[in-house]
Design a protein around this ligand. Structure first.
Ligand code: ADP
Ligand code: MG
Length: 573
């Protein structure tokens, strides 16, 4: 009987192994760029087409390879980075297994053009089906260019798992983003056939790298983080609370210059921001942790991105405190720009446009009933403070010792109501204002969502119930949201409730509801306020820990110091 066990041929072995290292085009980019970094490159240019499946080209100005090495580089376990097992302990490079190029070559067509600094002439090699099919000399500056074409063309099963060109390109962008953030001293350029996506100048300045990747406006919203606790150092940049996203895609973590992902560290960041950002929003951060190698086990599996810390608690505390102390500084030195516009990332609550007369120019801005502001905080203004008045019907001016405080009346009051309602909802202590029963009409979808929200709304102090097929009956509102006795505001609120996200946790939905209620019951831009109301708002917002931003993350106030004013007027202090 013929034997059933055979030895696999090399091409098959390589293709199987390739499956582990090369999952998708982004993995090829990662391996090639890591090789460039290992080769000491200072400039790396990447261009991709067809989401990387058509072609990926990486050019660097690194050490390059001599003719013999160039050919050997495609053999499995061919590496210049270690000689023996013990070398692993003192490894200073990103690669060492000598598997990447062999794997890439097993599942694509590869062209290599390289010249080492010691040679006068370069080497060109073509690899097809994992075998060198052409070799010759060619002119080139020292460095290496590797072009990968027709990725996975010979592995139809893998090709089936590929997503759209856009998704694969965006995975590549993520990979290059991480590496460019980890190595601000190296210049990275990433482009597709149609556009330049990333360009960093490689001058070593992390903020400039952030700017080259995410744009200037974005970089301007970041503040430095610099913190040390015991053996752990945390540095980098963190967004002001105004720059948040609904996902954590713009949170990048590095430990000892290696990228990693970690729920634990994300959680520490979130706790560091605390109530400055609303639940479900993620501020952008780029944090580099450094610690002695004995404190961290960097998983060297080529596709894994997890790390293990010896002391999770210490890392958690350090990250949380690093963010806290960075944000504490933001509070004390707000952007001095007087003309600062609403920050990007703010959603939803654009105040109505104002005409120069200070009257709201759009409908619905003037509530039929003035908002009565209920006291929730300390009784009176702190010493050294004086409310000077209201400007543009929108901002409250406060002299605060040697600074001028400008408070956004809507943003501030929104935060006050939000916090008050939240506290009340959690403690079960909320005062209700009784109204003559009123019915608010709503479409079927909104009705359904409001019906689902009824328990949460009751916990906040609403007396509310679905009534008939298309109406909601309201008999009471929370005292804090007393402005909702205005039927117009109430129906705006109900309409907005039709937008509550479904696929969310109960807590997230409650926060979203709190938001909507706060937004629709807060003082609006364009409303004239009495001196007493202004003082109330200023006192209450100051009393809140999260008072520096509104629940959407917009600032509630900015402060201009005397020194800044003096500078603007050209006075010398
Ligand atoms: P590893 O990086 O694990 O050593 P690779 O298969 O990724 O294995 O690369 C094999 C070898 O090819 C490397 O050890 C290195 O000597 C050489 N090499 C690959 N890419 C480059 C490059 N861009 N510049 C110089 N040498 C390179
Ligand atoms: Mg490598």
């Amino acid at each position: 009987m013929a034997s059933k066990i055979i030895l696999l041929d090399e091409a098959t072995i390589n293709r199987i192994a390739a499956g582990e290292v090369i999952e998708r085009p982004a993995s090829v980019v990662k391996e090639l760029v890591e090789n460039s970094l290992d080769a000491g490159a200072t400039r790396i240019e990447i261009s991709v087409s067809g989401g990387g499946l058509e072609s990926i080209k990486v050019t660097d100005d690194g050490s390059g390879m001599g003719a013999a090495d160039a050919e050997r580089a495609f053999e499995r376990h061919a590496t210049s980075k270690i000689r023996k097992f013990d070398d692993l302990m003192s490894l200073g490079t990103l690669g060492f297994r000598g598997e990447a190029l062999a794997s890439v070559a097993a599942v694509s067509d590869v062209e290599l053009l390289t010249r080492s600094r010691d040679d006068d002439v370069g080497t060109a090699i073509v690899v097809h089906g994992g075998k060198v099919t052409k070799k010759g000399s060619a002119a080139r500056e020292p460095g290496t260019t590797i072009t990968v074409r027709k990725l996975f063309a010979n592995v139809p099963a893998r090709l089936k798992y590929m997503r759209t060109e856009r998704t694969e390109t965006s995975n590549i962008v993520d990979v290059v983003t991480r590496m460019a953030l980890a190595r601000p001293g190296v210049s990275f350029a990433l482009g597709s056939a149609t556009r330049e996506i990333i360009r960093t100048n490689g001058d070593g300045n992390l903020l400039r790298a952030i700017s080259g990747i995410f744009g200037r406006a974005y970089a301007q919203q970041m503040v430095p983080v610099s913190f040390r606790q015991g053996a752990i150092e945390v540095s980098g940049f963190a967004a002001k609370p105004s720059l948040t996203r609904s996902d954590a895609a713009h949170q990048s973590f590095f430990v000892n210059a290696r990228h990693f992902s970690s729920q634990m560290v994300s959680g520490a960041v979130q706790e560091g921001y605390g109530s400055l950002v609303m639940k479900g929003r993620h501020p952008a951060v780029v944090l580099a942790l450094s610690m002695p190698p004995s404190e961290v086990d960097v998983n060297v599996h080529p596709t894994k991105r997890e790390v293990r810390f010896r002391d999770d608690v210490a890392v958690y505390d350090a990250v949380r405190e690093a963010i806290r102390s960075a944000m504490a500084l933001v509070d004390k030195t707000p952007a001095p720009s007087i003309s600062s516009k609403a920050a990007p990332g703010a959603r939803g609550t654009r105040a109505p446009a104002l005409t120069t007369s200070g009257k709201a120019s759009s409908s619905g801005a003037q509530a039929a009933l003035p908002v009565r502001v209920e006291a929730v905080g300390k009784p009176s203004l702190a010493k050294g403070r004086a409310v000077l008045g209201q400007i543009m019907g929108t901002y409250i001016l406060v002299q605060d010792g040697d600074s001028l405080l400008i408070v956004d009346q809507h943003a501030a009051h929104e935060r006050i109501v939000f916090e008050g309602l939240k506290k009340g909802a959690l403690s079960g202590k909320l005062e209700q204002k009784l109204l003559d029963a009123r019915a608010i009409e709503a479409d079927p979808r909104t009705m359904e969502l409001v019906a689902e929200a009824v328990p949460a709304l009751r916990a906040m102090g609403f007396d509310i119930e679905p009534f008939g097929g298309n109406a909601i009956l309201v008999r009471g509102v929370p005292v804090l949201a007393g402005a909702l006795e205005d039927p117009r505001r109430l129906s705006e609120l109900v309409t907005e409730m039709g937008r509550i996200g479904r696929a969310k946790s109960a807590d997230e939905r409650r926060d979203e509801l709190l938001h909507m209620v706060a937004c629709h019951s807060a003082i609006r831009a364009g409303e004239r306020l009495s001196q007493a109301t202004m003082e109330r708002v200023v006192v209450d917002i100051e009393a809140l820990e999260a008072g520096s931003t509104c629940p959407h993350g917009r600032p509630t106030r900015i402060s201009i110091t005397r020194a800044e004013l003096d500078r603007l007027f050209g006075r010398r202090g």
